[in-house]
Design a protein. Structure first.
Length: 274
């Protein structure tokens, strides 16, 4: 297992390539047990959000674990109705208190809320300058949102976390981010399991003696995409981590990407952000 394998963000911060997503995990027992088992498996990167309502459970699990804080990479996100300049400082402190941390590794603007996200970003820049967060970034930003953000930004986002799986490869957004050295993180990397039956995934799973989920996650890594699959089951957490011992060919990577049909699971950023 090489769950400690990292990539470097443009400000020099190291982020583990594979993390555990905790969306829809229940506050309390479920999220605490999921994180305990993930840490035991070797995960060192946890992706939560104030919207998920489970930051306290994430914090409890971190506190109870004997993994040193400096080995962990913890991300949370500011929700839509928390955005705004002053509001961001309050939201940040609320999240830190729930998580029981004094510093965050990555803080993301969850969605590009029109008329708000630039004020939110100014506050995030301040939090970053004050050393309260190791890296700041955005989520669900398309090139036009990033253009708008960067017109006045002092700090370029280090990360853009977007919906990314074989049926939604967001080439334009990824090209833009590559050009600006903004790392891409895949949310719903497994497409919540909707695509495991695709013939190319089944075929490659057979060839490499892996599962379709592992083929998809390996495809993320080949493209330099950080990935945060969610599972509260230890067996699946292990499976999702066991992706470092094989390589797909360029042709196979292209064949998986050819499944793209602009098939979103989540909302379109312009609808959510309006
Ligand atoms: P996902 O693609 O990670 O799929 C999760 C589902 O797949 C779960 O039901 C799980 O039981 C199942 N699964 C996991 N591993 C499996 C395996 N090996 N075999 C078979 N089934 C498996 O979906 P997700 O939870 O939506 O996305 C992952 C994370 O991304 C979230 O937990 C959250 O942290 C983040 N996220 C961010 C945003 C955003 O707007 N920034 C939106 C959604 C999710």
């Amino acid at each position: 297992m090489t769950l400690t394998q990292t990539t470097t963000l443009h400000n020099g911060v190291q982020i583990p390539l594979v993390g555990l997503g905790v969306y829809k995990m229940q506050e309390g027992g479920e999220v605490e047990e999921a994180i305990q088992s993930a840490l035991d498996v070797g995960y060192r990167h946890i992706d939560t959000a104030s919207f998920y309502g489970n930051e306290e459970g994430v914090g409890t699990a971190i506190k109870q674990s004997d993994v040193p804080r400096e080995e962990l990479f913890v991300t949370t996100k500011i929700w839509n109705d928390e955005q705004g300049y002053d509001e961001t400082f309050e939201a940040f402190q609320r999240s830190l208190d729930k998580l029981g941390l004094d510093k965050l590794d990555l803080y993301l603007v969850h969605w590009p809320i029109k008329g708000k996200f630039k004020d939110t970003w100014r506050a995030m820049e301040q939090l970053y300058h004050e050393g309260k967060v190791g890296a700041i970034g955005v989520s669900n930003f398309m090139p036009h949102h990033l253009d708008e953000l960067m017109k006045d930004a002092e700090v370029k986002p280090m990360v853009n976390q977007i919906e990314f799986h074989p049926e939604l490869i967001q080439q334009e957004t990824r090209d833009y981010c590559k050009k600006h050295d903004i790392a891409i993180e895949a949310w719903s990397p497994l497409g919540r399991g909707h695509y495991f039956d695709a013939p190319i995934l089944k075929q490659l799973a057979e060839k490499y003696n892996k599962t379709p989920a592992q083929i998809i996650l390996r495809w993320d890594l080949h493209q330099g995409v950080i990935t945060i699959p969610k599972s509260s089951k230890r067996k699946r957490q292990e499976e999702n981590a066991d992706i470092f011992d094989f390589k797909l060919t360029d042709d196979e990577i292209d064949k998986i990407s050819a499944l793209d049909n602009n098939g979103r699971i989540g909302p379109h950023p312009d609808e959510m952000g309006a």
